[in-house]
Design a binder for this molecule. Structure first.
Ligand SMILES: *Cc1c(COP(=O)(O)O)cnc(C)c1O
Length: 390
């Protein structure tokens, strides 16, 4: 029985109880790759119905389905597809919906893998790509009017915490006949629901907040059924299939999503305010701060401002590297959204991947630090930052 509520705190605990066998409260894992049909008629149905959860695991799997139903419910979509990673989800959406000769619009600032897809891979297959500053809504709308088939959005975006006006771009995309896709990894569905603002497809790196413990890699695609069926055809060909055990770990991680996200939001807000008051800090980028240039948009489209923030330390690359190295609780590691707080020196992270103009376009300067707050005690995180500054 699904929980008779839409409050995410309760949905996360009770919504996927349907297949609890023999009263088991914990979900069961279905490692089986293949599923028996009772007769020829059932086999024909299994082989032809898109997204059948009991045919062959690359096509669908009961443990995937359970995680997918929960994520779809949180995002407000008809359903979801699970993939082996966030990039698996983004690749499947783009390769499933775009063809040679199509025009696609994307932001100048995206997750690095997404930028690579738009600047390297898609052009090789004849897709023309327009990269636009996400904060410039008029430029995004103008690019859509030039005959775009799809627009890819990501808000807040990494690492400068810049926002995209989801409703304005979703409306423009619909008017232009283009499909809008939003990467909702940074906000997560508890802080922001792009589908409710008119976006067609939401993608996630479930590796981050949804999993929440830095112990699994997974991705999800949420949309209405008609689009999911189309995208599913490319996911089964691309083969980024999530393992059943990782799907189960994801279900376990999601049970505490609302607790973790509430604390991460709270920690990030406290850290942002603390840093704003420090003389060692040149600027703080966090949508929850009144000083964020898009704070009004953040209030309009987000319910919480997320656990990630960025700051520019006063000083050069070397001084920034020293500060990051002196942090003890904030661990120097990529990724975000888990229980541990992590820190990344942005310029060091992208040095091997982006060239100088790409770094500038992405807003990455030598003194930029990204902080991903976990769920530790707020006072301890502030004390860690303070001792590293001294
Ligand atoms: C991590 C991340 C991805 C890629 O996800 P993987 O699970 O590592 O493949 C995509 N988008 C954003 C915003 C991310 O943070």
């Amino acid at each position: 029985m699904p929980a008779p509520t839409e409050r995410p705190d309760t949905v996360l605990i009770h919504a996927d109880r349907e297949d609890a066998h023999g009263g088991a409260l914990a979900p069961s894992i279905h490692p089986s790759v293949t599923y028996a049909a009772r007769d020829a008629g059932e086999f024909a149905e299994m082989a032809t119905r898109p997204r059948h959860p009991r045919f062959y695991t690359r096509y669908g799997n009961p443990t995937h389905e359970r995680a997918a139903r929960l994520i779809a419910r949180l995002e407000g979509g008809d359903g979801a597809l699970m993939t082996a990673s966030g990039m698996g989800a983004i690749s499947a959406v783009l390769l499933g919906l775009l063809a040679a000769g199509d025009r696609a619009v994307a932001q100048t600032s995206h997750y690095m893998g997404t930028t690579q897809l738009f600047t390297e891979l898609l052009p090789r297959f004849g897709v023309r790509v327009d990269l636009v500053d996400q904060a410039d809504t008029a430029a995004l709308v103008a690019a859509l009017r030039r005959g775009a088939k799809l627009v890819m959005l990501e808000t807040p975006s990494n690492p400068t915490m810049t926002l995209t006006d989801l409703r304005a771009v979703a409306d423009a995309a619909r008017a232009a006949g283009a499909i809008s896709v939003a990467d909702n990894t940074f906000a997560c569905p508890l802080n922001q629901q792009p589908l409710a603002l008119g976006i067609d497809v939401v993608v996630h790196s479930a590796t981050k907040y949804l999993g929440g413990h830095h112990d699994l890699i997974a991705g999800a695609i949420v949309a209405r059924d008609e689009l999911l069926d189309r995208i599913w055809h490319s996911t089964i060909a691309l083969g980024a299939t999530l393992g059943a055990f990782d799907a189960w770990l994801l279900l376990r991680g999601m049970r505490t999503l609302s607790l973790r996200v509430a604390r991460a939001n709270q920690n990030a807000m406290a850290v942002a305010r603390f840093l704003e008051g420090r003389p060692e800090v040149e600027a703080v980028h966090y949508p929850g701060l009144e000083s964020h240039p898009q704070h009004a948009l953040a209030r309009a489209q987000m319910r919480g401002f997320g656990g990630v923030l960025a700051m520019r330390l006063r000083g050069d690359y070397a001084r920034t590297a020293r500060f990051v190295s002196r942090l003890r609780l904030f661990t120097q590691a990529v990724s975000l959204g888990g229980v541990e707080s992590l820190v990344v020196h942005a310029a060091a992270m992208v040095a091997g991947t982006l060239d100088e103009p790409q770094m500038q376009a992405a807003g990455i300067v030598p003194n930029l630090v990204r902080l991903a707050c976990g769920v530790e005690a707020t006072e301890d995180l502030l004390a860690d930052l303070e001792q590293a500054m001294r």
